[in-house]
Design a protein around this ligand. Sequence first.
Ligand code: FCB
Length: 424
Amino acid sequence: MTDIKIQLGVASAATQIEGGDLVHTWSDWYKKGHIHDSADPARANDHLHRWKEDIDLMADMGITIYRLSIEWARIEPARGAYDEAAVSWYRELLSYIKSKGIAPLLTLHHFTNPLWFEGSGGFSEPANIPVFLGFVEYAVKKFGDLVDEYVTINEPNVFAVMGYFDGVFPPGRRSIPETLRVQSIMSSCHIQAYELIHRLRKEMGYTNTKVGFAHHARVFEPQSKNNLWHRFIAGLTSLMFQGVLTRACLLGRFSFPLKKYGAVCPGQYADFLGLNYYTRSTVSKLGDGVREGSHRNDLGWEIYPEGIAQCARELHELLPRPIYITENGTCDNNDSFRCRYIHDHLKALVDSGLPVERYYHWCFTDNFEWCEGESARFGLVHIDYATQKRTVKNSGRFFAAIIKNRGITKEMYDEFVAPQEYHL
Ligand code: FCB
């Protein structure tokens, strides 16, 4: 029996599940033909109409914590023009979540910008920092009585690198200086949002506020440990992808090549360490790479369970705070190794002895996986997109059983984990 004291929940993001016609960067990216399977985010999981069914299913599985996000473009479709109906919908959703005994962790920005914001330079324009903070203030004033815990920004490093270095996310730019500027600006946004949320919630009379950001971290390793160049470039990639940004966001320390924008001081800007962990990168040049002969998921990402503890430890050494795994999961279209993946990652966390308090599995239902569209399945619950029928997968039953038994019994291991194997 493996005892698991970590609280288990699930995660999602507005653009990936809600559906509906909105004017934002991802509907625009779809219209420009960048979604590999041509899936339209206006469909997604139709969570906009099926939210009750989804939350009921969550509660039936025994889930008590849920990380979700709000869609900026839905709430503020034009600059300064807020949609009261959208606010009411989120309030109803959040109230329902709570009525089912589920505590929400609310992400304020998860990859998607309203097109009006993007049009004015988005996060590559320092003058837009107050614009983002204006949205944060509005959201906290509207939802602050329902939500105690916040993620300011999801994966600022992935947003910057995919959108401004690799050019595969909107706005499709390829520029190192811009990538660094976006990382710097988003770090300032996080710090200022951290302070703002605390101030606003305090003014509302609450003392139990928790704020952090969801950091995407990987293990970076040289392809050959004996190759000096590989070692150098692995270190540099890690520093550029996550190292400098981690220190900026958590500690307000902006070291070269990041730049400080606005009035931000050194400090401690996280009440929990949010970690999104998926994989290890094996590096021989500036960029990504996968170790030869390694186990891989259906998107070709290496499966490397020890890495989750390694990344969590690095964050904890920088700032000792409770650790929340804000995302961990895998693309397994046939649900043929997800149970083993969950088992191995949870075990690595338990064995690490680190103060890991929560684990939010990415994700609850299959959903719109950005550039991959509907063809990359990460969910514990299967979605038939044509009928929108939800069906709990084998891995969903396993996850529910872990919650129920507060661990993995021998019987559960034999039923769910032992029959599964990773593939190359
Ligand atoms: C993370 C994103 C999340 C999801 C997973 C697979 O980088 O935060 O929205 O797409 O990857």
